[in-house]
Write a protein that binds this ligand. Structure first.
Ligand SMILES: *Cc1c(COP(=O)(O)O)cnc(C)c1O
Length: 371
């Protein structure tokens, strides 16, 4: 708390960006201190060889910390890759189809739709296991999945639409033999998950755990070894695993910042962070629901995202005024995605509870002034 208070004079912006997004101030301070001279090397981390002892220590410690934080069993590989979530939309079918014809996709918003669209290039038979469009205000608890499907792909948290699965293991337990593949780009390490129940989890770092440029993949080892022939080497899980995420030059600086964020999470524990995340979402939705319709959250309560709180005002005009006024109050990134309009507050790990309280205070004052 004290760190946040003392830094608030320099970093007074309330950052609700959807991604790239807020990073913990204390992490940026460490990076600042080490920026010119990392660990007495006399050079910056980004000037180090990725084959140097210093960088190897950064990446291997990051992987070890991630394994600890998520309790990742030895039967899983942890990979640091390039290409973002979008790269994984292609990498997943290339690596995980394993000679099969069919893969199942659950469509619950714009990111899972994009994943299925990309997969069509590589999968003969895409099975749409469920589709909740065009509104995406609820999440299906029944999927239609064939027994010969190579994997089931779904998006854990739909960043644009603002929905999130809170009962995924219950649903997935109906398909125990089919690997479950999760796009966790915007919910990664925001709460504990049981990795053992997944075939593969992937996430771009830039929402919850670091800067843009590094993509984290957690994949069960028995699914490796049979990628499509045409798989580009940098998207190949098997080779990336064999080369310990350093087949080519990895994004060294993003990996370094991510390593600091992982330490920051370890210091407070994932459970604590998860509790704070829950509270942030709870107070914001509670306020929206009690605003007598001035603000409205359309997503059904049990499907609401704890990371991306999407809400509407009564008109486009009022929305524009709201965003403009917010900017004057140093509130950044509150406009909704251009495809859905309205507003969105992304309240990832690094957004303090206090910033959410300040946002609510601003929303109250705005509602009073414009009712
Ligand atoms: C941001 C995001 C992506 C795309 O990530 P890029 O790194 O920009 O490719 C994919 N899926 C989800 C859920 C996201 O939030």
């Amino acid at each position: 708390m004290t760190t946040q208070a003392s830094s608030s004079t320099i970093r007074k912006t309330l950052n609700f960006n959807a991604g790239p997004a807020a990073l913990p101030t204390s992490v940026l301070r460490i990076a600042e201190t080490e920026f010119l001279n990392y660990n007495k090397t006399g050079v910056s981390v980004m000037e180090l060889s990725h084959r140097s002892k210093d960088f190897e220590s950064i990446i291997f410690t990051a992987i070890k910390d991630l394994r600890e934080l998520m309790d990742i069993p030895a039967e899983y590989e942890v990979l640091f890759m390039h290409g973002g979530g979008t790269g994984q939309f292609a990498a997943v079918p290339m690596n995980l189809l394993r000679g099969e014809k069919k893969a199942s996709y659950v469509i619950t918003g714009s990111w899972s739709a994009a994943a299925a669209e990309e997969a069509k290039k590589y999968v003969d038979d895409i099975e749409i296991a469920a589709h909740t469009g065009p509104s995406f205000t609820s999440l299906p608890s029944e999927w239609k999945v064939s027994a010969d499907s190579a994997y089931i792909h779904y998006c854990h948290n739909e960043t644009v639409n603002g929905n999130q699965y809170h009962n995924i293991l219950e649903i997935a337990s109906k398909y125990p033999t089919i690997p479950l593949v999760a796009d966790m780009s915007s919910s990664f390490l925001s709460e504990p998950v049981d990795v053992r129940r997944f075939g593969c989890i992937y996430a771009g770092a830039q929402k919850n755990v670091g800067p843009a440029g590094v993509t984290i993949v957690i994949v069960r080892k028995d699914l490796l070894g049979n990628p499509a022939k045409f798989t580009p080497t940098i998207l190949n899980y098997t080779i990336t695993a064999a080369k310990e995420s350093m087949y080519n030059t990895p994004p060294t600086y993003p990996i370094y910042i991510t390593s600091l964020v992982l330490k920051w999470i370890k210091q407070q524990s994932l459970q604590h962070l998860s509790n704070v995340n829950k509270e942030k979402a709870q107070i914001l939705y509670d306020y929206i629901d009690q605003s007598n319709g001035f603000y409205e959250a359309k997503i059904e309560p049990d499907a609401r995202s704890r990371m991306n709180v999407v809400f509407l005002l009564k008109s486009e005009e009022l929305t524009k005024t709201f965003v403009k006024e917010a900017e004057k109050h140093h509130i950044m990134g509150i406009a909704g995605h251009r495809s859905v309009g309205g507003c969105r507050a992304s309240i990832y790990n690094a957004v303090p509870l206090e910033h959410v309280r300040e946002l609510i205070q601003f929303m109250k004052e705005f509602a009073t002034a414009h009712s």
